[in-house]
Write a protein that binds this ligand. Structure first.
Ligand code: SF4
Length: 400
């Protein structure tokens, strides 16, 4: 069981978008902005309810406002949420506060306002630097607007921001992907997230592919694009620290995303807002998704035992075996650090090489895992396995 005083991260979900992108199957809505003020009040109420179920202020070191499009909230509304967080929890002095923003929704004044509130990390969903690809994806912004938002963010005082890109689009060429990589490197963000396109069958883009309107994405090309990114970003001074994430690390200043590290280290976090996930005290929770239902449940004001919330639709106790399996799957995502045996023993009182020696030896033999040090203290994915992560992770699920 996790200790009560463990430092937590907090994820806040804002499922509002101007228009649904054609590849998107995330938990978000459009045409619902009239709910936004009520929703912000509800999320504040949920924070208050969960925090007050403890007799002491819980320590928090990361806050992540994700979506959807959290940059549709006004500066006043973001202030409302962050003030509630500060009143309810014990926020570390250096708390990482990230906000996801869509370049089509921000201005210099807006970003300046956010920075003044203490938002110290921005994640901009650029997705591509090729105008035709932005149209193909149904994004609401242009390449120029993306460039302008980056400049505005810098001017507003942000010295830590992430750019998101997607590769493996239908019909994407090497020259197109190179254009996006060049854009990324030229704009020198502290952090980059590059995601391979994955399509749910119900998305408009998947239907266009099924109808033969768009080309089927080419997996081999996507693998080449990933290799290009790994090579060029390393040359540009980025360290790949996770399968899809790169950061600048200069001396003591590392720009890895502390909030996501909390997930990958299998550490606790709370989730507030519709459809958000939480993991604390050995319990995984998922909140109800429909906006009206979420608001109604929070308004019922039923106090629960920490970390539960009246908005939870799913509550699953995670057993020790599952926790240890999940720690393997999450930790192996960390392509540089991998998983330290001593740390694992400290957390789970067992050595992963003793539990999973058959699986590990097989994967070492296949060249998919490697020991980082000669003394076999840390294990991680090999370079070729970064593209085959799921195949590797599957070995750690099931009867351990
Ligand atoms: S902005 Fe993000 S969450 Fe909103 S529709 Fe597009 S991909 Fe989905």
């Amino acid at each position: 069981m996790l200790g009560w005083m463990e430092v937590h991260g907090v994820y806040l979900h804002f499922p509002f978008c101007v228009k649904r992108c054609l590849y998107c199957d995330f938990n978000t809505t459009t045409g619902t902005l009239e709910y936004l003020p009520e929703y912000v009040n509800a999320i504040c109420q949920e924070i208050d309810l969960v925090a007050s179920s403890l007799s002491f202020p819980l320590k928090i070191h990361t806050i992540y406002l994700g979506g959807g499009t959290p940059s549709l909230l006004s500066v006043y509304q973001i202030d409302q949420v962050l003030t509630r967080m500060r009143l309810s929890f014990d926020l570390a002095r250096e708390t990482e506060i990230t906000l996801e923003a869509n370049p089509g929704t921000v201005s210099f004044n807006y970003l300046f306002g956010l920075h003044q509130l203490g938002v110290n990390r921005l994640s901009l969903g650029i997705q591509s630097a090729v105008p035709a690809e932005l149209t193909l994806m149904g994004r609401i912004h242009t390449v120029e607007e993306a460039r302008q938002s980056i400049q505005d963010a810098r001017m507003a005082g942000f010295d830590n921001f992430n750019l998101d890109f997607i590769y493996g689009l239908p019909g994407q060429t090497k020259a197109n992907w190179q254009q996006s990589l060049d854009f990324a490197i030229e704009n020198a963000p502290e952090h980059l997230s590059l995601y391979a396109l994955t399509l749910d069958d119900h998305t408009p883009m998947a239907r266009q592919i099924a109808d033969g309107i768009l080309k089927t994405p080419d997996d081999d090309m996507a693998a080449d694009f990933y290799e290009m990114a790994m090579d060029q970003l390393a040359k540009a001074g980025y360290q790949q620290y996770e399968i899809s994430n790169w950061a600048t690390i200069c001396g003591d200043t590392s720009r890895v995303c502390m909030h996501n590290m909390q997930y990958w280290h299998n550490q606790p976090y709370l989730g507030f807002g519709s459809g958000s996930h939480g993991y604390s005290q050995g319990v995984r929770t998922v909140n109800v998704v429909p906006l009206e239902e979420y608001i109604k449940r929070v308004r019922s004001d039923q106090k629960q035992v920490f970390p539960l919330s009246p908005a939870n639709e799913i509550r699953n106790e995670i057993g020790e075996t599952t926790r240890m399996q999940e720690a393997m799957m999450l930790g192996l995502r960390l392509t540089d650090e991998g998983i330290a045996r001593s740390h694992y023993i400290l957390l789970y009182q067992q050595d992963y090489y003793e539990i999973f020696h058959k699986e590990i030896d097989r994967l070492l033999g296949l060249g998919l895992l490697e020991w980082v040090e000669d003394n076999q203290e840390r294990i991680r994915l090999t370079r070729k396995a970064r593209l085959l992560g799921n195949q590797v992770f599957m070995n750690f699920v099931g009867d351990a």
